[in-house]
Design a protein around this ligand. Sequence first.
Ligand SMILES: [Mg+2]
Length: 172
Amino acid sequence: MRLVPDAYYKNVFEINYDNLVKKEYKYIFFDVDNTLLTYDSKNVDEKIIKLFKNIKEKGLEPIIISNSRKNRIGIILNTLDIKGYTFSKKPLKFVYKNIINKYDKNKCIFIGDQLMTDVLGAKRNKLKVILVDRINDNEPFGTKIWRFFERKILKKYDNKKIFIVKKYYDNL
Ligand SMILES: [Mg+2]
């Protein structure tokens, strides 16, 4: 299975949300760590609050999915006034299945910063996925292991010109 995302952006602010509306997506699932916030940030910054307000005004429903601790996610969900799911096994198929079954699959899209969890998890379930560059390199040990495998795949993809880091695109 190729771990090539359907779109690739520098960050969540650059994503063309109007195009998501146009393509009739409705439920926008966001990873948290290094996608919306750094691993160590406890608060949601103004820029993210503004972005989510904007997304909601477009008629999209942003939803959080994260491996992060429950209390941290609780703060984020409260601040942004949105729904969310926490679990610790993101690339696994059943995890996605349980969540997606609550929604119209064709109207769901996933946004995250990791090939090995966010993109793999979505692809396994035949869901559309947008990759963004991680916010910074400050990541916990478990994530660093995923990154090790990610680098190997990225190198292979780069050689074959399948996917090139920093070459942003949107094939949605
Ligand atoms: Mg992440």
